[in-house]
Design a protein around this ligand. Structure first.
Ligand code: SAM
Ligand code: SF4
Length: 450
C-alpha cells in the first residue's frame, strides 16, 4: 500500500501557508489534501477557534444536527494478542476471562433494548480457537433475533480483529452494518512494539484488512487510530491518507472514522509520552471533519461528558452511550473492563444533554435497511441529500424513544424543540410526510422510517 511520506510532511512545517484559503476550501465540503491537513495540524493553538468554526459549518451543511447513538456489546474478553495498552491482552492474569454463551448474549441484548438502544457495536478479543468466526456469526444472529417489549436491535456493527476475505464475506452475509477496525498506530516501529505477539502483531496484515473486507463485499467500513500511542499528527495524516487511498483504489471511502483516545486499563504498561491533551484532541476531530467531510466521526465513552458535548459542535456525528466494556457488563458492575470508561451517564441522560445542546439524538438505522450503503450512501451525502433524510429519520426514531423510554424531563426538553426541528427539513413533501409519520409514531406505531 502506498502512503504519503508523512514524516517528511511533518518535518517541513508549512511556513506562510494560506490558512484562510485552506479553511475556505474546506467549507465547500470538498475535503483536504494530506498536505493541507498537515498545515492545519501544525498551526499554533490560537487558530483553534477558526478551525472549529469551519468544522461546525461543514458538519451542519452535510449532516444537520442529528447525532446517532449506539452501545457496544462485548461478547468475549478471551484474547491471544498482547496489545500493551489493553487489559484483555493475554498476559493479564488479573482479568477474569469470560466468553458469553448465546443465552447470555440474548440477555445482554434484552438489557440494551430495555434502555432504548437500537444499534449495537459487537466487540470481542481475538482467539481463533475459542471464539472463531462461527461464534461471532452465531452471536450476530442471536442479537438480531431478540425481541423484547416489542423492540429489537436493528443494526449490528462489528469491531473484531483483522480477518480473511472469506470471513468478511460471512460477516456481510450475516447482515452486519459497519465493519470497524482501528489501525491503532500507523507508525510501524511503534505498532510492532505495542503488539509484540499474537496474530495482531503482523502490521501489514492489519493495515490491509479493509482491502480484504471490501473484496469480501463489505462496503460499509470504519477506520480509526488509537490516539496516544505515537505522534498524533502522524496518526491523523496517515488516517486521512488511508481513507483517501481506499476511496481512490476501491471507489469507497470509510463510512466512519473513530477517534479512541487511550484510557487507563487494568494491569497495563506502555510508554505515555504521546498522550493527547484536550485541545489537541478537539483540533484532531475538527480537522478530520474538514478533511473527510462525508465520513461520520464516532466518539465513545472514553471521553468525559463535557468533552463529548463540546465535540458535537466540532463535527462528531455518532456517539456511544451508557456503555459497558466487559462481556456481561450490562446489568451489573464489573471490574473486567477493557479500559476505564469516563462517561457513566444513562442513555436518557445522554439523550437529554444532546437535546439541551440543540442537537437531535437519533436511533436511525434507515439507510442500512434501505440499502443506502457504500458508494450509494456516499453519493447521497456528496449531493447533499442525506441531511434531510437523516433529520426525518432522527425525529421519527427519537419520537419512538421518547414515547417508550424517555423520562419526563427529557420529553419536556424535546417538546420545546419539535417545531424547530421539523422546520429544519426543507419545506415540501418530506417535511409534510415527516409530520404525518410522526403522528403515526405518537399513536403507537413503531419502526417508521424513510
Ligand atoms: N480485539 C479487536 C482489535 O483489537 O482489533 C477488536 C477491537 S477491541 C475490543 C476495541 C478497541 O479498543 C481496540 O481496537 C483498541 O483501539 C481499543 N482499546 C484497547 N485498549 C484501550 C485503552 N486502554 N484505551 C482506549 N482504547 C483501547
Ligand atoms: Fe485483544 Fe483487541 Fe485488546 Fe488487543 S485490543 S488485547 S486484540 S481485545
Amino acid at each position: 500500500m502506498e502512503f504519503y511520506n508523512i514524516e517528511r510532511l511533518l518535518g517541513c512545517v508549512a511556513d506562510g501557508v494560506k490558512v484562510k484559503d485552506i479553511l475556505d476550501k474546506a467549507e465547500q465540503c470538498v475535503g483536504l489534501t494530506v498536505e493541507e491537513a498537515a498545515a492545519l495540524l501544525l498551526l499554533p493553538g490560537e487558530w483553534n477557534e477558526g478551525i472549529f468554526a469551519s468544522a461546525r459549518k461543514v458538519k451542519q451543511a452535510l449532516y444537520g444536527p442529528r447525532v446517532v447513538l449506539f452501545a457496544p456489546l462485548y461478547i468475549s474478553n478471551l484474547c491471544t494478542n498482547s496489545c500493551l495498552y489493553c487489559s484483555f491482552r493475554q498476559e493479564n492474569k488479573q482479568l477474569t476471562r469470560r466468553k458469553l454463551t448465546q443465552d447470555e448474549i440474548a440477555e445482554q441484548t434484552r438489557l440494551l433494548i430495555a434502555m432504548g438502544h437500537k444499534r449495537v457495536l459487537l466487540e470481542t478479543g481475538e482467539d481463533l480457537t475459542q471464539t472463531p468466526i462461527e461464534y461471532v456469526l452465531e452471536s450476530i444472529h442471536t442479537i438480531y433475533s431478540i425481541r423484547h417489549i416489542g423492540n429489537g436491535i436493528r443494526r449490528v456493527n462489528v469491531n473484531i480483529a483483522a480477518t480473511s476475505t472469506d470471513n468478511y464475506q460471512k460477516l456481510r452475509a450475516a447482515g452486519i452494518g459497519t465493519y470497524q477496525l482501528f489501525q491503532e498506530t500507523y507508525h510501524q516501529p511503534t505498532y510492532e512494539f505495542m503488539h509484540p505477539s499474537g496474530p495482531k502483531a503482523d502490521f501489514n496484515y492489519h493495515l490491509t484488512a479493509m482491502e480484504r473486507a471490501i473484496n469480501g463485499g463489505v462496503d460499509d467500513f470504519g477506520l480509526g487510530a488509537l490516539l496516544g500511542l505515537y505522534d498524533y499528527r502522524f496518526e491523523v495524516l496517515s488516517l486521512i491518507a488511508h481513507a483517501q487511498y481506499l476511496k481512490k483504489t476501491h471507489g469507497i471511502g470509510p463510512h466512519t472514522v473513530s477517534v479512541p483516545r487511550l484510557r487507563p486499563a487494568r494491569n497495563t504498561r506502555y510508554p505515555e509520552n504521546h498522550l493527547v491533551d484536550d485541545n489537541s484532541f478537539a483540533r484532531i476531530v475538527a480537522i478530520l471533519r474538514l478533511a473527510l467531510p462525508y465520513t461520520g466521526i464516532i466518539l465513545s465513552t472514553r471521553e468525559a461528558p463535557l468533552m463529548r458535548e463540546f465535540l458535537l459542535d466540532v463535527g462528531v456525528s455518532q456517539m456511544s452511550a451508557a456503555s459497558a466494556t466487559s462481556p456481561g457488563g450490562y446489568g451489573k458492575s464489573d471490574e473486567n473492563t477493557q479500559f476505564e470508561g469516563i462517561d457513566h451517564r444513562s442513555l436518557d441522560e445522554v439523550v437529554g444533554s444532546i437535546i439541551s445542546k440543540g442537537y437531535v439524538p437519533s436511533f436511525c438505522t434507515g439507510c442500512y435497511r434501505k440499502q443506502r450503503t457504500g458508494a450509494r450512501f456516499m453519493d447521497l451525502v456528496e449531493h447533499g441529500h442525506i441531511k434531510e433524510l437523516c433529520q426525518s429519520n432522527a425525529l421519527l426514531t427519537l419520537a419512538e424513544y421518547l414515547e417508550q423510554y424517555g423520562s419526563s424531563d427529557t420529553r419536556t426538553a424535546a417538546s420545546l424543540q419539535w417545531d424547530g426541528w421539523i422546520g429544519q427539513i426543507p419545506e415540501g413533501t418530506l417535511r409534510e410526510s415527516t409530520r404525518a409519520r410522526l403522528q403515526r409514531v405518537f399513536s403507537g406505531e413503531r419502526d417508521v422510517y424513510v
